[in-house]
Design a protein around this ligand. Structure first.
Ligand code: M6R
Length: 368
């Protein structure tokens, strides 16, 4: 059932164009307005929400970090993102005007489940973003957006993550539609951009051989760092997590602006640093990222940059450039994560590890 692939993970990486298309299917009515069929929260209930808290674990938590940027930008509702395992133990401030969004691929993660039980006990509404129909978390939630990625077998989440991102964007746009914080035309334009993503993902996947080659050049690395800014920051964290999980390699993701506050001390000759370069449209971000790259490179690091097509400014700063199709900054994680998934999968394969069943890990973590 791996359909010619060596691992379920690789198969699932290559399923992402279809998974994203499925996650977007049937989300507009005849007039073009967004609809979320399992939303189950009335427009009035959504209008009353004045704070959102996203809770999740692992890769789903990184999807939540991206969601914060999108929801706050499009709706102006303040969003907190918190690890499910930490949430309950800090006595969070919750009431009926707080929407708690639980993101879970499996729908069975114990930390996330306990967190939503706590939130509902405090009269907050809970919306689940989940890939598994009928699992415990959506059953115990007030509303659900299913991600429709299809079963994810590999322990490492890939198509689960990108479809969680899609669901988060749809939630953000739906809230913007209900609250009237964005015009219909703008929402339509963003949904159109989302609908172009499956073909763009396919373009990224067509370049897989170049990423595999890059991975094979790094099998001797002792440590690999990842840098990002804005929506690229959670992508950096996710790239590092994939490498830890699969290749058992020391990897860390940083917000590029934090480098000078400590992590730059780690940089030494030859250290590979994977950099998620924001699209050029966002000038300040782009400039700041380039100067971060310059800083690490001046100290001997090898910069592997993920940058959009047509970004001619990045080449002089990079030892290697991986090209990404052009998308707005908020959508870039959908594409930028893919080379990092391919990189980790290939590196772990060459090292001889079991990519689908990494040591010490389980697909759903049903204990706290
Ligand atoms: O099923 P969930 O989304 O609730 O799982 C959360 C994490 O356990 C999960 O994302 C984990 O970090 C994956 N192994 C990441 O690849």
């Amino acid at each position: 059932e791996k359909e010619g692939h060596d691992w379920f993970m690789r198969k699932e990486i290559f399923e992402q164009p279809r998974a994203v298309a499925d996650a977007l299917l049937g989300r507009r009515d005849a007039t073009g307005r967004l609809m979320l069929d399992e939303m189950r929260l009335s427009d009035q209930e959504l209008r009353d929400i004045d704070k959102i808290i996203i809770i999740a674990a692992g890769t789903s938590f990184y999807a939540g970090m991206v969601a914060k940027y999108a929801i706050e930008h499009w709706t102006r509702v303040p969003v907190e993102v918190e690890l499910a395992s930490e949430f309950r133990y800090r006595d969070p401030i919750l009431d009926y005007s707080t929407l708690v969004v639980a993101i879970s691929q499996s729908g069975e993660t114990a930390d996330t489940l306990q967190a939503i039980r706590h939130a509902r006990g405090q009269r907050s509404k809970v919306l689940a973003i989940c890939n598994t129909n009928g699992s415990t978390i959506p059953r115990e939630s007030d509303a659900v957006i299913y991600t429709h990625a299809g079963p994810e077998i590999a322990v490492a989440s890939t198509k689960g993550f990108v479809t969680q991102l899609v669901a988060c964007y749809l939630l953000a746009l739906y809230l913007a539609q209900v609250k009237g914080t964005r015009y219909g035309d703008e929402i339509t334009q963003i949904v159109n951009q989302l609908e172009a993503v499956p073909a763009q993902l396919q373009q990224v996947l067509d370049d897989a051989p170049a990423i595999y080659e890059l991975a094979r050049q790094h099998t001797g690395a002792r440590s690999i760092l990842f840098l990002g800014r804005h929506a690229g920051y959670p992508v950096a964290l996710e790239g590092a997590l994939k490498l830890k999980e699969l290749a058992y390699l020391h990897a860390e993701g940083f917000a590029a602006g934090e480098l000078k506050h400590g992590p730059i001390a780690l940089i030494e000759e030859g250290l590979p640093v994977l950099c998620v370069v924001p699209p050029q449209g966002r000038d300040q971000l782009h400039d700041k990222m380039l100067s971060g790259i310059q800083e690490v490179r001046a100290r001997g690091a090898k910069a592997i940059c993920l940058a959009e097509e047509g970004d001619e400014r990045v080449a002089p700063y990079a030892d290697h450039v991986v090209r990404l199709p052009r998308v707005p900054v908020l959508l870039q994680p959908l594409l930028a994560v893919v080379p990092l998934q391919l990189f980790a999968c290939e590196l772990a394969t060459v090292l001889g590890h079991d990519v689908d069943q990494p040591r010490n890990l389980a697909k759903s973590v049903t204990v706290e």
